[in-house]
Design a protein around this ligand. Structure first.
Ligand code: ZN
Length: 383
């Protein structure tokens, strides 16, 4: 028996009876609301939910009726948000996310044992849906091996190919690569094998980086996305151009860098990395070069939470020069497109009724995203 199987069984016995599975609901009409569907905005719309789905999105009419009518005037309806960089071990963190309107979380390195446990909450109303890379691709002593959980390593216990096949077999939704030269790190030939094996098995491959030169090198590989921005050096226009040609998406995790820099400040130390203004300028350059930006926050690192800190990341994108509309896309449509998610991050007819009702207009003032009035998952109110 594997050491974790008993643990997993206990977990199921403890939590599964508590799962509240979405049930069919009365038709709900959110009336005369401003709708951001993950891509674009329409004013004065009537949105109908029924049996957990969005059944109709039409221009407002006073004739429209439903059992439950919610006045949407002065409010904005947006899709359930996606956090594209988290690390989660406990179901309570899925709850913390859902309460803040974050209905999809994407784990970027954890244990394979938690995948089935956390995925069991997929249809539970008060929990975010969980997607996971499982353990990231690393080498003995490399980044990811220091957290005290069993971590398979390439070329010690596994070849790059068999490591990746194990992830596919173990239920990983995408493959994470940990390129971190402050420790022993995976080399580019191993990375190419991981990417090729991921693609042969219809999985995306994304990479942790911290150095600009690794971003430049990996831009010419078949990698699909970066899940951190570099923070060692300012880039030139030529380098940004090279990176943009790779067409990888970028989850910069701006808040993570901010927390590190804030921590250094409290210690009276200067970080040997970009300062926060320089870092934001790097994100702005990527945006101006047409690189798709995606929101992610990397909790629980640096005490980042699983819920409202994603709203901070969206606000930080505005500080990096994105419009509020572009910033909202980073946690909805951009994340969905980048990770090829079929239903998350969008509000459309026949799609799930996963939505957040906000008092005010975040498209004018992004700070309004904090005024969350209601969150629905599959048409059920999250509490
Ligand atoms: Zn991380």
């Amino acid at each position: 028996m594997k050491p974790y199987s008993l643990h997993s069984i206990l977990f199921f016995l403890l939590f599964v009876p508590l799962l509240s599975i979405a049930q069919s609901s009365d038709p709900i009409l959110i009336q005369a609301v401003r709708l951001f569907d993950g891509e674009s905005v329409k004013d004065n719309m009537d949105v109908f939910f029924e049996n957990g789905k969005v059944v109709r999105i039409v221009p407002h009419s006073p004739e429209h009726k439903a059992n439950q009518v919610i006045d949407g005037r002065g409010k904005t309806l947006i899709p359930g948000l996606i956090n594209a960089h988290v690390h989660i071990w406990f179901p309570m963190h899925l709850q913390e996310a859902a309460r803040a309107g974050v209905l999809t979380v994407m784990d970027m390195h954890s244990s394979s044992y938690s995948i089935p446990i956390l995925k069991a909450f997929q249809d539970s109303t008060h929990y975010a849906s969980y997607l996971s890379a499982g353990p990231g691709a690393t080498v003995p002593g490399g980044h990811g091996t220091q957290f005290g959980m069993p971590t398979p390593t390439i070329d010690s216990t596994k070849s790059a190919k068999s490591f990746t096949l194990d992830r596919v077999e173990g239920g990983s939704d995408y493959i994470k690569i940990l390129r971190e030269p402050s420790r022993p790190t995976i080399n580019f030939s191993q990375i190419d094998t991981v990417i090729a094996t991921a693609h042969e098995n219809d999985k995306l491959a994304v990479a942790h980086i911290s150095r600009k030169k690794d971003a430049i090198q990996l831009a010419s590989s078949d990698l699909d996305g970066f899940v951190h921005i570099w923070f060692d050096q300012v880039s030139t226009a030529e380098e940004i151009d090279t990176i943009a040609k790779g067409e990888q998406f970028m989850v910069p995790t701006i808040i993570t860098n901010k927390r590190v820099l804030d921590y250094f400040k409290t210690q009276g130390r200067t970080a040997s990395s970009l300062n926060f203004e320089e870092l934001k300028a790097e994100v702005q350059k990527l945006h101006e070069a047409g690189i798709t930006l995606v929101a992610g926050t990397d909790p629980p690192n640096f005490n980042i939470n699983y819920g409202t800190d994603l709203l901070t990341e969206i606000e930080l994108f505005v500080e990096c020069g994105l419009s509020p509309l572009e910033a909202l896309r980073t946690a909805t449509g951009n994340a969905a497109k980048s990770f090829r998610l079929k239903e998350a991050g969008r509000l459309k007819e026949k799609g799930p009724a996963n939505a957040v009702l906000i008092q005010g207009n975040p498209l004018e003032d992004i700070k309004a995203i904090r005024n969350i009035e209601k969150v629905w998952k599959n048409g059920q109110l999250v509490k």
